[in-house]
Design a protein around this ligand. Structure first.
Ligand code: PAF
Length: 281
C-alpha cells in the first residue's frame, strides 16, 4: 500500500494505476476509521479495480465553535485498517499541502444548502465542497463514494460532480449501524456511558415516524409532534427532524404514499451532535 503526503505522488500513483488499465475508486475520509468507512471501501472494491483513500481532517468544514481540535486522529490504526482492506494507496496531506496559498475563491451553494445541516452549520458545506473539489482534481478517480448517513453531503457532492463536470461516478454507501441500531460515526466516541445507552433511541424514533409517513400524510408537522416529544423526553435536544424531497432536499409537509422522500434528524445528546436519516421509497 502506498502512503503519501504529497499531491504529486498520489497523482502519479493514480496515473500509473490507470496506465495499467485499472479503474480507480476513491473513498475520502477524515480518518478515525470505523466499520462504516470499511464498508465504503468494500463497496468500492465491487466497482473499481483499485481503491484509493484519503485521510484529512479538513479545517474549513468546521465552524469556530465546532470540534476540529477534538476530532479523533488515529493515523496508525487507520493505515492498518486500510492495509487489511486491500487499499492500494492512502493520501495523507498536511493542511499546507491542501491549502498552500490563500484561498480567494469560494463556492456558492444554492438551495441545496438551505436546510438540514446546511442551515445549522453555516459554512460547513462550503468547506466540504472546497476540499472534495480539490481532492477530486488531485486524485481524479473514476468513482467516489459517500455514506448515506451524511445524506445532504452526498447530494451536494453528487451535484457538484455533475455541475463541475468532474467525470466521476458518485456512489452512495449504506449507513452502517451498531447492533442496537445507532448509526456508526467517528463522533460516537464523544458519548459518555449514559448517553451511549440513550443514543439508539434516535433511530428507533426515526423508524417509527418513517412507518407512519409511509402511509402518506397531509401534515408532517402534526404527525411528528409526538416523536419530537419522545426524543426530548429521552434526553435529546433536537436540531431538526425534517421530511425533505429526494435529491433537492426541500422540506415538505405533505407526503403521498409511494413517493420517495428523506426523513432526516439531527439531535444533540449532551455536547454530541448525532445525525441519521431514512430514505422513504
Ligand atoms: O464525510 C467526511 O468524512 C468528510 O466530510 C469528507 C467528505 C471526507 C470531506 O472532508
Amino acid at each position: 500500500m502506498i502512503v503519501t503526503n504529497t499531491i504529486a505522488e498520489i497523482r502519479e500513483t493514480v496515473f500509473n494505476l490507470k496506465k495499467d488499465g485499472k479503474t480507480v475508486g476513491f473513498v475520502p475520509t477524515m480518518g478515525a476509521l470505523h466499520s462504516g468507512h470499511l464498508s465504503l471501501m468494500r463497496t468500492m472494491k465491487n466497482h473499481a479495480d483499485a481503491v484509493v483513500t484519503s485521510v484529512f481532517v479538513n479545517p474549513t468544514q468546521f465552524g469556530p465553535s465546532e470540534d476540529f481540535d477534538a476530532y479523533p486522529r488515529q493515523i496508525e490504526s487507520d493505515l492498518e485498517k486500510c492495509r487489511n482492506e486491500g487499499v492500494a494507496a492512502v493520501f495523507l496531506p498536511s493542511k499546507e499541502e491542501m491549502y498552500a496559498e490563500k484561498q480567494l475563491i469560494s463556492f456558492q451553494l444554492l438551495g441545496l444548502g438551505d436546510h438540514l445541516c446546511g442551515a445549522s452549520r453555516p459554512g460547513h458545506f462550503h468547506g466540504v465542497i472546497q476540499v472534495v473539489n480539490k481532492l477530486f482534481n488531485i486524485v481524479q478517480p473514476n468513482f467516489a463514494i459517500f455514506g448515506q448517513k451524511d445524506i445532504q453531503q452526498f447530494y451536494v457532492l453528487k451535484r457538484m460532480a455533475t455541475e463541475f463536470n468532474h467525470g466521476i461516478e458518485i456512489l452512495m454507501g449504506d449507513t452502517m449501524r451498531e447492533s442496537d441500531g445507532l448509526a456508526m460515526s467517528s463522533r460516537n466516541a464523544y458519548l459518555n456511558e449514559e448517553e451511549r445507552k440513550i443514543a439508539p433511541k434516535l433511530y428507533e424514533n426515526l423508524q417509527d415516524l418513517a412507518n407512519k409517513i409511509r402511509n402518506g400524510t397531509d401534515d408532517f408537522a402534526a404527525l411528528s409532534a409526538s416523536n419530537r416529544d419522545d426524543l426530548r423526553l429521552a434526553g435529546f435536544t433536537i436540531d431538526y427532524l425534517t421530511l425533505v424531497e429526494d435529491e433537492f432536499l426541500q422540506p415538505k409537509n405533505r407526503h403521498e404514499k409511494g413517493e420517495k422522500a428523506i426523513l432526516a434528524v439531527a439531535a444533540y445528546l449532551g455536547k454530541t451532535r448525532l445525525i441519521d436519516n431514512i430514505i422513504i421509497e
